[in-house]
Design a protein around this ligand. Structure first.
Ligand SMILES: *Cc1c(COP(=O)(O)O)cnc(C)c1O
Length: 447
């Protein structure tokens, strides 16, 4: 039995682990940044490697007893280099956000100008948003998307040429089209900026051949390991040949910034999980997976459009679909997200380009196919999912979100009690459970 020791030691946490397993099994996980790791990856993360301290790098550790850990980290590094075709990889960052901070501090000083895609228009917090340290300790200038939802390359060009940033980010967290690695890098090159490609969302597609690679264009490539790459929670920073050509000391700068600059001991159990995920991602089955993720996203998009639901840019090139709910009124994302949650479809509300609603109550919805594709679902299931999502959206589209705060709280309260009692939604939930049960998840784990 899985989790046997947790159940003996801490029945309370055991109960929650079981509940979460049941939630993941019975629902449709459609948050585009989530996935299901293999059992091999999960076992590595639950292994004895969690006990070791290994500050430093292979062959250069501060503590003894790292012979085995050195081998694990070396394998992870070699696999990353080979898979992404880069000359240098650091696999120690704890997660994507600290990895991005390391990228900044390797090539910038506080106060320097940096440029990234704005959070409101699809970029990540760490690309210079004002609520993130990246927008506070650096002078952040931002580009975004055009009215039609596609990247505003001309706008980016203007901003980059005018402000001459030291570092330019390319790579999004909410963008359903091909990431413009070449276009943004060419502009950054004109002003001699470093280009960091943040491929957290699409790295699995990149190694699977379902999305172009940023490696020919960027100097630095950062990816989380737990999204489409399907590894444990973690991150990697890679340096490209172009990066080393620009700055022969770049790889060393990155390594020194990660440790001792920002972190202490690496999470060796995670490093082992990353190594395993990279091995899995190098196999032909993974390329099939990556291609299917995109096919599934296209099928999902088609299904939604056939139900007259508007999508930002009208469709998708990657693993993600951005639904624009503004035709129903502004600020409808929260209703859609909560009603979907109730029926077991997990998604997140998201801003749409030129959103008139407040950031916490945006007018869109972000959906993705990586996790469902891992479960083995294909186009027919995406059509079914699209139908259920459309049913839910239609059901809640008439709810209004008042501007006044007290009225808003009251309206949300009413909405929540309405949907809980709604029989149509209960029916949809049973359809969700039925669909999910046909694609078993973590068979053998007790729930
Ligand atoms: C997810 C993500 C990150 C941050 O990763 P965390 O592990 O959540 O810190 C950074 N950049 C992009 C583009 C992401 O999608």
């Amino acid at each position: 039995m899985w989790f046997e020791e947790i159940s003996k030691t801490d029945p309370e946490i055991f109960g929650f682990v079981k509940d979460e397993l049941a939630r993941q099994r019975d629902g449709l996980e459609m948050i585009p940044s989530e996935n299901f790791t293999s059992l091999a990856v999960m076992q590595a993360v639950g292994s004895v490697l969690t006990n070791k301290y290994s500050e430093g790098y292979p062959g250069k550790r501060y503590y003894g007893g790292n012979q085995v850990i050195d081998s694990v980290e070396r394998i992870a590094i070699e696999r990353a280099k080979k898979l992404f075709a880069v000359p240098h990889a650091n696999v120690q960052p704890y997660s994507g956000s600290p990895a991005n901070l390391a990228v900044y501090l390797a090539v910038c000083k506080p106060g320097d100008t940096i440029c990234g895609q704005s959070l409101a228009e699809g970029g990540h917090l760490t690309h210079g948003a004002k609520t993130s340290m990246s927008g506070q300790i650096f002078n952040s200038v931002q580009y975004g998307v055009r009215e039609d939802g596609y990247m505003d390359i001309e706008g980016a060009r203007k901003i980059i040429l005018e402000s001459r940033p030291k570092l330019v980010w390319v790579g999004s967290t909410a963008y359903a089209r091909e990431f413009p690695f070449r276009e943004i890098s060419e502009i950054a090159d004109e002003v001699g900026a470093y280009v960091a490609a943040d491929i957290s969302h699409v790295s699995g597609l990149v190694v699977g051949g379902a999305h172009p690679s940023p490696v020919p264009y960027a100097h630095i490539v950062m990816t989380t390991t737990h999204k489409t790459l399907r590894g444990p929670r973690g991150a990697m920073i890679m340096v490209t040949d172009k990066g080393i050509k620009k700055d022969p000391g770049l790889a060393e700068k990155i390594d020194k910034t990660v440790f001792p600059g920002l972190q202490g001991g690496p999470h060796d159990h995670v490093t082992a999980g990353i190594a395993i995920a990279l091995l899995e991602a190098s196999r032909p089955e993974f390329s099939k997976y990556a291609a299917q993720v995109v096919k599934n996203a296209k099928a999902l998009a088609k299904g939604l459009v056939s139900r007259n639901i508007t999508l930002v840019t009208g469709g998708t090139d990657n693993h993600m679909v951005l639904v624009d709910l503004t035709s129903f009124g502004k600020g409808k994302g929260v209703f859609a997200q909560e009603a979907l949650d109730l029926v077991g479809i997990t998604a997140n509300r998201n801003a749409v380009p030129r959103d008139q609603a407040p950031p916490f109550y945006p007018s869109g919805l972000r959906l993705g196919t990586p996790a469902l594709t891992t479960r083995g679902m294909k186009e027919p299931e995406m059509e079914q999912a699209a139908g259920m999502i459309a049913d839910v959206i239609e059901k809640v589209s008439a709810y209004e979100l008042p501007d006044d705060k007290d009225a808003r709280i009251a309206a949300l309260k009413r909405f929540r009690s309405d949907i809980k009692a709604d029989n149509d939604l209960k029916l949809i939930k049973s359809r969700v459970v039925e669909l999910a049960s046909k694609f078993p998840l973590y068979q053998g784990m007790q729930s």
